[in-house]
Design a protein around this ligand. Structure first.
Ligand code: TMP
Length: 203
């Protein structure tokens, strides 16, 4: 296959599925830049603190969506686009697709509306490929041994809607989405991730 150029790859899934570890492992393997949302820029770090603070109980679903989108627009301008323009692959722990799942599905704003807002925030530059790490909720919860943030504290029904929306998005766009079971060792999951997206990095 001919070269696809610098790739923008996102890892998605619920909390505790190992996204940050696998994003780091893939980025190292392809000598790309590893990043994350929300919070990878200076503006984003402030937004992250605010939007995930369990004390901020009154943040509404639309404000939450716009804060995530603001973080994302800044991340795109400051981190993602400059790296891609320099020919560097970008591997991100979460992306605009998290907003479709959490705000569109979890908060029930609807996938289409949240997609419209994010399409504008991204100027249409969505990730080239998405790896959805899947783990049963009970196991993912067991892995989360730290204090839960504002979204992690949401109800089981909320998280079920998030998971269902991720599954729906993956089923709707099989060219871009790759679902990888995340229950194995770091090495085994990394090998499955490579099976799914490694061809994108062939010269
Ligand atoms: P993290 O724990 O993966 O860093 O993500 C922080 C939380 O923010 C997590 O509960 C998922 C949530 N989130 C959204 O609700 N919408 C988004 O667009 C993003 C990127 C994350």
């Amino acid at each position: 296959m001919s070269s696809l150029g610098a790739q923008y790859i996102a890892f998605e899934g619920g909390e505790g599925t190992g996204k940050s570890t696998q994003a780091r492992v893939l980025a190292e393997r392809v000598e790309g830049l590893v990043s994350f949302e929300p919070g990878a820029t200076s503006l984003g770090a402030s937004l992250r603190t605010l939007v995930l603070d369990p004390e901020q109980a009154t943040i509404g679903a639309r404000a939450e969506t716009l804060m995530m989108a603001a973080d994302r627009a800044q991340h795109l301008d400051e981190v993602v686009l400059p790296a891609l323009a320099a020919g560097r692959h970008v591997v991100s722990d979460r992306s605009a697709y998290s907003s479709l799942a959490y705000q569109g599905g979890g908060r029930e704003l609807g996938i289409d509306e949240v997609q419209t807002v994010n399409d504008w925030a991204l100027g249409g530059r969505w990730p080239d490929a998405v790896v959805l790490l899947q783990l049963p909720r009970e196991e993912a919860r067991r892995r989360l041994d730290r204090r839960l943030d504002r979204l992690e504290q949401e109800t089981e029904a909320f998280h079920q809607r998030v998971d269902d929306t991720f599954r729906l998005l993956a089923a709707r766009d099989r060219q871009r989405w790759h679902t990888v079971p995340a229950g194995g060792s770091i090495e085994a999951v990394a090998a499955a991730v490579w099976d799914a997206v490694g061809h994108r990095f062939q010269p």
